[in-house]
Write a protein that binds this ligand. Structure first.
Ligand code: AMP
Length: 319
């Protein structure tokens, strides 16, 4: 199937690469690296990487402005469903390709390459570029390294032998300055660290191992952080003995909604997130709700999932 995707890239002179709304480093890295590799391989093609940007990620190459291209191929990376594609003119393309590592939700492309065992979309794009005649140079490898390290949270999550093989290949072939790359992704202002302390102090932990924290707009103002940074802190609460699922609930007054970031180190959570205008991976999901009552209901369901999980472990004699 990867060969078929490559043939489509060869065939089309105009190519647009999109990814999901709520931009994150893996989504950005996979689309930008693919764009840059195609441009380097086929300098005469017009290749755009589109979607909203964020100053937080200005260590990546720049995105392009949306343009209407005639007779174009659309490649969507890191996005399982149509409604979450960050693009305004989805209907206007000649041919569609999806390359994703989320569990399947719906078919929206002519060719869909899905590997939900892959750590990240960046890992898939690296393997794709490596298995075709597309150019892989240091700049492309660097971008994809950032995507993989970020989406696996420094190889804590979802990393397989394929992930390490890809990273080993990158390090053997290219001169990657790891401290510099890590500081791009992980450097944070003191305000966030202080909010992390607040979360640690104030999170509610149930007897079933569900931790939750509500971060109100007032709290964000007090600590000087925005809603994206608040939700991102969910990644820093793994490996707490008493906690198997943890969730941050952040008030997003600008968009008049409440954002939930959910992580697990056991129970499967994405099917619950899907019921609340959300989704994601089995152990890393997100949801958007319109009231605290809805957020509470999601939290209750997560607690129930934790309870069932612990009971099952007990039945299997593992607890
Ligand atoms: P986050 O907590 O925002 O880092 O998201 C974790 C995972 O859940 C990512 O794979 C996201 O694409 C996915 N996700 C987050 N929010 C949503 C949502 N509202 N709908 C569907 N998937 C989501």
């Amino acid at each position: 199937m990867l060969k078929d995707i490559y043939k489509q890239i060869e065939k089309y002179d105009n190519i647009v690469i999109a990814r999901h709304i709520g931009v994150d480093p893996d989504a950005l890295a996979s689309q930008l690296a693919l764009r840059d590799s195609i441009r380097k391989t086929f300098p005469n093609k017009k290749v755009l990487a589109v979607g909203s940007s964020s100053v937080k990620f200005n260590y990546f190459p720049k995105l392009d402005k949306t343009e209407e291209l005639e007779n174009a191929l659309l490649i969507v990376v890191d996005t399982p469903d149509k409604k979450r594609i960050d693009i305004s003119n989805f209907g206007n393309f000649k041919y569609y390709v999806k390359m994703d590592h989320h569990p399947f939700i719906e078919k929206f492309a002519d060719i869909e390459y899905i590997d939900d065992e892959a750590s990240s979309a960046s890992e898939i794009i690296y393997r794709f570029i490596n298995s075709t005649d597309l150019i892989l140079d240091e700049e492309v490898a660097k971008t994809l390294f950032l995507g993989i390290v970020s989406d696996t949270n420094r190889f804590l999550n979802s990393s397989t032998s394929n992930t390490f093989a890809v990273v080993t290949d990158m390090l053997e072939r290219f001169n990657l300055n790891l401290p510099e790359l890590y500081s791009n992704i992980f450097m944070r202002p003191l305000s966030e660290i202080r909010l992390q302390g607040y979360i640690a102090e104030n999170m509610n932990v149930t007897e079933n191992g569900l931790a939750s924290i509500k971060i109100t707009n007032d709290t964000m103002i007090k600590y000087g952080v925005d809603v994206g940074s608040a939700g991102n802190l969910v990644n820093n609460f793994n490996y707490i003995e008493e906690v198997i699922v943890w969730v941050t609930v952040s008030e997003d007054v600008k968009n008049n909604l409440i954002k939930l970031n959910i992580r697990s180190r056991g129970p499967i959570i994405n099917h619950i997130a899907e019921k609340y205008n959300g989704g994601g991976h089995r152990f890393a999901s997100g949801a958007r709700v319109s009231s605290m009552a809805e957020a509470d209901s999601l939290i209750e369901e997560l607690d129930e999932v934790c309870k069932n999980y612990i009971e099952k472990l007990g039945d299997n004699g593992e607890n």
